[in-house]
Design a protein around this ligand. Structure first.
Ligand code: PLP
Length: 394
């Protein structure tokens, strides 16, 4: 049987690895040597589980969406990551990484953020643990995402604008890496998705794997079996998807569907459908599928949802795509917005626009009436209210 987990060298098939400047090697190596050991400590697991329960509010419900199921004539379950503290799955990872940082003796935390969601999740856990928090954010994004900047400040974080390049996520990441090189001893860098140099994709995946761990026993309660016929998640960098798939990767009766943002359309030049448009390349320290020009410059991605507006996918997903283990589907802005509004009307749940992409597959693909389809509802739509208002003229 094929292996879909990371190997000891940090690769998923041909993807992954640690392509980093030499100056960063000691930091990443310290983490690589320790992360599995630390995660296996009973004390670490106990503290992680306790915080997920009492602070995040886990387990998140697995909700049978009756009206949605009736409409599409199949059995649809929603994994309610939107009900977590701070409104999405991102907190699972930041809780895990802040505990890791503490075990490694780090008392200063840095992070990069695009739309600000990962910055808020990081600032939250730093406040919880009383650690210094510095968030790098592109100057343009700071202007576009004022409420999240305010949240981070209220939580005690320092937000530093990235002033170079396009002044967005890529430039914020460069600033964070520069900071880490200059502060190797006391600082931990919390990466926000299943990307980056090894061991980050694997570490983030393992922290997020609580999602599929819960789905297994919850589905058993609902349906009398642990395995659904399909498991579905949207992919930006791929952390909610990695966590949703993790315990099903080697269950061959479970079909995996990965949903990317097509933006204005795959061929429009305004898209983030990496599996179709990408080629192997290096981004943020790993080899993966990446949208790039013929001479290897990273292409600016586009999606109406900030969380999916990323030019690559994590290396695990590149491997799932290449091997055919996962079926990749691309959903446009319009399709996602329509499905987001549909969930509001049918189930009384306002989803994040990222999550609405995963819901839109039911318009594209026909499932059998007795198929069980579990969809990761990665986040709630409060943060997207302005986008909904402008799009639908509400
Ligand atoms: C950030 C975000 C995503 C995309 O990130 P992944 O790492 O791909 O999961 C998806 N949904 C929501 C609600 C988000 O906030």
């Amino acid at each position: 049987m094929k292996n879909y987990n990371v190997n000891e060298k940090g690769y998923y098939g041909e993807f992954g690895g640690a392509y980093i400047p030499e100056m960063l090697y000691p930091n990443v190596e310290e983490l690589r040597q320790n992360y599995l050991k630390v995660m296996a400590e009973p004390e670490f697991q106990k503290e992680f589980d306790q915080l997920l329960k009492d602070y995040v509010g886990r387990p998140s419900p697995l909700y049978f969406a009756k009206h949605l199921s009736e409409k599409y004539n199949t059995k649809i379950y929603l994994k309610r990551e939107d009900l977590n503290h701070t409104g999405a799955h991102k907190i699972n990872n930041t809780i895990g990484q802040i505990l890791m940082a503490k075990r490694l003796g780090k008392h200063r935390i840095i992070a990069e953020t695009g739309a600000g969601q990962h910055g808020v999740a990081t600032a939250t856990v730093c406040a919880l643990m009383g650690l210094e928090c510095i968030v790098y954010m592109g100057e343009i994004d700071i202007k576009r995402q004022a409420p999240n900047v305010a949240r981070m400040k209220m939580l005690g974080a320092t937000v530093i604008p990235a002033l170079s390049g396009s002044r967005t996520l890529k430039d914020a990441t460069n600033e964070a890496i520069r900071d880490w090189i200059n502060n190797p001893v006391n600082t931990h860098y919390i990466i926000g998705s299943a990307i980056g140099p090894h061991p980050y994709p694997d570490m983030v995946t393992k922290f997020q794997s609580v999602i599929s761990e819960e789905i297994k026993w919850q589905l058993k309660e609902h349906e009398g079996r642990e395995n659904p016929d399909y498991i579905v998640a949207c992919i930006g960098g791929g952390s909610n998807a990695a966590g949703t798939y993790y315990h099903y990767l080697h269950e061959e009766d479970v079909n995996i569907i990965a949903v990317e943002a097509a933006g204005l359309g795959i061929d429009s030049g305004e898209s983030a459908a990496t599996s179709v448009l990408g080629k192997a390349g290096i981004i943020h320290g790993c080899k993966t599928l990446l949208m790039q020009t013929n001479d290897g410059q990273i292409t600016e991605p586009y999606s109406i949802s900030a969380g999916l507006d990323y030019p690559g996918v994590g290396p695990m997903h590149a491997h799932l795509c290449k091997t055919g283990r996962a079926e990749f589907m691309a959903i446009t802005d319009d399709e996602a917005m329509k499905s987001g509004l549909e969930l509001c009307k049918l189930e009384g749940i306002i989803p994040a626009i990222e999550s609405a992409h995963a819901l839109a597959i039911f318009e594209q693909k026909i499932f059998k009436p007795d198929d069980v389809v579990v969809v990761s509802l990665s986040g709630r739509g409060d943060k997207d209210l302005n986008t909904y208002i402008n799009y639908f003229n509400l």
